[in-house]
Unconditional design. Structure first.
Length: 154
């Protein structure tokens, strides 16, 4: 899960312990004194990919919690139901705020005033839709070729 989302295993553990995002199957103590692995569903994976992207953009854990709580309490949905543009809400972000666009075209700032639609005039090119995507793999650097007296260019 950590490799797919870009979150560290410790971050996932911390989020689980603070009930920000719990795994589908929690870890439990083994007879040997260790712990079993946490298990996540495919839906959990997609949600964690979106949350990891928001975290990389600088959204605090508190604001992520507020987003998840607002979606659950105000709209009765999980984050998964608002990504991909197929649900009643489409989530958009400018990197600092998270907005919802309803099927009727209303815009709502989910982190500041989820009960109040916004007046939007014109296009909003700076907003991007939240989607589940994997963290881009880091490019491996090619080892430098050591030049010797024989291969050195004049």
């Amino acid at each position: 899960m950590a490799a797919l989302t870009g979150l560290s295993a410790r971050q996932l553990q911390w989020w689980d312990a603070r009930r920000l995002f719990a795994s589908a199957v929690a870890s439990r103590r083994t007879a040997a004194g260790g712990f079993t692995e946490r298990r996540y569903t495919p839906v959990d994976l997609l949600e964690l990919m979106v949350l990891a992207d928001l975290r990389r953009q600088g959204l605090s854990v508190g604001r992520i919690r507020l987003l998840l709580d607002t979606l659950r309490d105000k709209f009765g949905i999980r984050l998964f139901e608002a990504i991909g543009g197929t649900g009643a809400l489409t989530l958009l972000t400018d990197g600092r705020e998270v907005f919802a666009r309803t099927a009727s075209g209303e815009f709502i700032n989910l982190l500041r005033a989820p009960d109040q639609p916004m007046l939007v005039v014109g296009e909003l090119p700076m907003l991007k839709e939240l989607t589940a995507r994997t963290k881009p793999a880091r490019k491996k650097k090619k080892p430098a070729v050591k030049r010797t007296a024989r291969t050195a260019k004049p």
